[in-house]
Design a protein around this ligand. Sequence first.
Ligand SMILES: Cc1ncc(COP(=O)(O)O)c(C=O)c1O
Length: 458
Amino acid sequence: MTTRGERDAFLKQVGYNLFLLKAENVIIDLLTDSGTAAMSSEQWAAINRGDESYAGSASYYRFEESVRDIFGFKHVIPTHQGRAAERILFSVLTKTGQIIPNNTHFDTTRANIEYVGAEPVDLPIPEFYEPALSHPFKGNMDVGALERLVEQVGPGRIPLVMLTVTSNSGGGQPVSMANIRGVKEVCSRYGIPLYLDACRFAENAYFIKLREDGYKQKSVKEIAREMFSLADGCTMSAKKNGLANIGGFLCTNDDFVAQQEKDLLTLTEGFPTYGGLAGRDLDAIAVGLQEVVQEDYLEYRFASISYLGRHISSSGVPIVEPPGGHAIYIDAKSMLPQIPSSQFPGQALAVELYREAGIRSCEIGSVMRRASDDNNEDVPNAMELVRLAIPHRVYTQSHIDYVIEAILEVYKRRESIRGYCITHQPQFLRHFSARFEPYNDSLPVRPLAACSNSLLTA
Ligand SMILES: Cc1ncc(COP(=O)(O)O)c(C=O)c1O
C-alpha cells in the first residue's frame, strides 16, 4: 500500500510515465493482460515436466501438438514473445516501400513494420472511431477500403494483409468470421497471404460464438480452427491467450517462408525447437492454450470485465462500447474535453488514476500513436483511450470494486485535470520510456516547447 503523498513523489521521479514505476508501488496493476496471468496448477505441473534438451525436446513436441490442434498451420516456430515473431515475419516477407494493411496495428507490429522501412496502414470500419457506438464486431476491417488500396497501389506492394484478433488498439473489439472470410476473399483474388495477429484468438472466437449467426452450437476451439483455416499464417504472443508469463510463436503453411524464418530464428532467437524459450515455458504454453478455450473460463472473464464497464459507464464515465474481451477502455477525450490530443488526455487520466488509488493503467492514444509531436495538431479520428487491462485469473470482484470507486472519484474531479507535455522520447515505441511534465499554460503555445527541460530526440 502507498499513500497519496508517496504516489505524488513516485510520479515525479518517473517523469509521469507509469511504465517506469516499480511494481511494488502499484496497488492494482491493470497495465496489461500480457504475461501477467496467474498460471494454473496444470501449467505449474507442466513446467516441472520441462525437457531442457537443446534440440528436439519433448517439451517442443507437446507445444507443437497443442498449437497445431487449435491453429492447424503446417509450421510452428517458437519465439520468446509476440514481437519477435513480428520481427522475423516482416524481415522475411517485407521490403522497404511496401504497405501492410491491418484492421488496426498494435504498437509493436507498427514499429516492426516501420523498422524494415514499410508502411503500416489501418483499415478499420468507420464505427471503430466512435467509442460510444455499440457494434458487435467493431474490430472488423473495411473490406471495401482494402480492395481500393490494393487497386490503388497494386498487389505487388502488399506482401501480406493482417487482421488483429481482437483489436487491442481500439477497445479489444472482435472481428467476425464473415469479415475474416471477406478479407480472405480479397487476398485470394490478388494472391496476397493473410496473417492473423492471434494474441487474443480465444476471446475473439468466444465473441463469434456469442454474437454471430450460426456459431452458438460450435465450441470455441472449433470456431478458432475455422478462423485459422482462413489464414496463411499467424503471429502470436502466448503472454495473452496462451496464459503464459513468456513466449510466442509464428506459424505459416508456406515451406519456403518457414525455412527463411527458421534461419533467421536460429541467428537471433535460438534453435527452431526452442526459439528463445526454455522447454518448461513451451510446456506452460501447451497447457495454457487448451485452458483458454474453455468456455466456463471465457464466460467468467467476459462477465467480470463487463461488470467493471457497466458500473463505471452507468455513472457517466465514457467507455468504448461494447466492453472488450480483455479490457475496459475509458474514452479520455470525452471525459476530459479541456485537454487537446496534443496534451495527451489519456496520459493525464492514467496519471490521475495512479495518484488517486495506486491503479496502473495504460494510455492508448497520442502518446502511443506518436502523432501530436509531429505537428502539434489534433489528429482527426484520433481516439484518446485509457486501457484497464484485466490480467487473467488474478483479481477478485473486491479488487474490481476498489477500481470502480477510484475511477468514480477521479470522474468527480475531472474538470480540474490538466494535460502533459513530453520532455524526452526515444525514436521507437516512445510510450515505454518517454518522460513527461505537467503542461504549463503560461509558456508558449507549442506544448513541447512549453516543457522546461526539453530533451526531445528526432
Ligand atoms: C495485438 C498485439 N499484437 C502483438 C503484441 C506483441 O506481443 P509481445 O508483447 O508478446 O511482444 C501485443 C502485445 O501487447 C498485442 O496486444
